[in-house]
Design a protein around this ligand. Structure first.
Ligand SMILES: Nc1ncnc2c1ncn2[C@@H]1O[C@H](COP(=O)(O)OP(=O)(O)OP(=O)(O)O)[C@@H](O)[C@H]1O
Ligand SMILES: [Mg+2]
Length: 337
């Protein structure tokens, strides 16, 4: 966002002086292969130059040739922004682009800006690319709560009617955002969702409870996303926990889960695994934060029990799992009850 903002201001300032700057934004995640990327850059240059010849090459060499021609034709600075630059299949292409003048292909230079979250990206480049890319490095640290507070305040001023936010709302959203590695997106999302929740309960004010509900809801969504992508066996184990849990309410002992798991496997026609593996799956689910596994001692005679508790709403968990066609038989069975 910062790069886009600054480069657009540069372009505007240039325009006010009667000069032209071309800014090309390249999102490397979707343009990771060299040929489509060069075609995209060429096309963007053509679009910004009203009298450019339209040329599209198939081979890499042709595309580079066109690129040199276009750069030569344009009489002004060209800024190329490579966002998520670590996603490039051949990052050394940057070396070729950055050295076009040095190598005598053009009389003009281009300016290359690379953006990445990967701190190792730079270290893994070959020496020549490293030297052209590393000329000016800028590290942008995560936002702290105070900075998020500022960002949210300006957003809130634009988004909400004056006086509709309880005092705690913005600081709380900022604190949640700061917990998530200073992510402005998360903080803004929580604020927006809080507004929706306040709306839903017909409140004219956004209050602390709305922010907490927004935060909880977003966490649940994230968990459900994880659950939706689990393999069938893991889902079966989770279903067994969820069903047992809704019967017992408080918590479930691991020993109770296996029998329930076998029953589920039979219903959905899946070959069951051994109890040991089921324990492994429980461990994985606990690492994913979907359920908690706690050891509880019941005194010397009765020994130690593993107690399971789902961390998300079991109804929501079941709904996601039952969307999986492999659990169709179970879904029908539960609907009948
Ligand atoms: N200083 C700021 N002021 C206002 N909004 C901001 C600010 N910084 C970030 N944002 C918000 O956060 C969003 C994400 O910012 P940006 O696109 O810069 O993220 P990024 O650093 O590229 O993250 P990623 O690594 O996920 O791509 C922006 O679209 C904007 O809504
Ligand atoms: Mg980004």
């Amino acid at each position: 966002m910062l790069t886009k903002l600054i480069t657009s201001e540069i372009a505007l300032a240039a325009e006010n002086l009667g000069n032209k700057v071309i800014v090309v934004y390249i999102y490397c995640e979707t343009l990771s292969a060299p040929s489509p990327m060069m075609q995209y850059i060429n096309q963007s240059l053509i679009n910004s130059m009203h009298d450019a010849e339209k040329l599209v090459g198939i081979t890499m060499a042709k595309n580079f040739d066109y690129f040199y021609k276009l750069v030569d034709k344009f009489d002004g600075p060209i800024l190329l922004i490579f966002d998520e630059i670590d996603k490039l299949k051949h990052p050394d292409i940057i070396n070729q682009i950055a050295r076009i003048k040095e190598c005598g292909f053009t009389k003009n230079n281009v300016c290359v800006i690379g953006i990445t979250n990967d701190t190792n990206f730079y270290d893994n480049l070959n020496g020549r690319t490293k030297s052209v890319l590393g000329q000016n490095e800028l590290y942008i640290p995560p936002y702290d709560a105070e900075q998020l507070n500022d960002i949210l305040t300006s957003r809130a001023n634009a988004a909400f009617v004056e006086g509709s936010l309880e005092e705690m709302v913005i600081p709380l959203c900022a604190a949640f955002g700061a917990q998530e590695n200073g992510d402005a997106r998360t903080a803004i999302d929580i604020l927006r969702t809080s507004g929706d929740i306040a709306d839903q309960r017909n409140s004219k004010m956004i209050e602390e409870i709305d922010v907490r509900a927004a935060k909880e809801g977003m966490e649940l969504n994230r968990q459900l996303e994880v659950v939706g992508g689990l393999p069938t066996q893991t889902k079966s184990v989770l279903v067994a926990c969820a069903l047992k849990y809704s019967k017992n309410k408080e918590s479930v002992e691991t020993s109770e889960i296996y029998a329930e798991y076998l029953r589920i496997c039979e219903i959905i026609s899946v070959e069951p695994v051994k109890p040991r593996r089921v324990n492994d799956y429980l461990g994985e689910l606990s690492v994913l934060g979907v359920l908690s596994v706690n050891k509880i001692s019941r005194g010397r005679r009765r020994g130690v029990f593993n107690v399971i508790r789902p961390l998300a709403d079991t109804g929501a968990l079941m709904e996601v799992i039952l969307q999986d066609y492999r659990f169709e038989n179970l879904k029908r069975r539960l609907e009948r009850v």
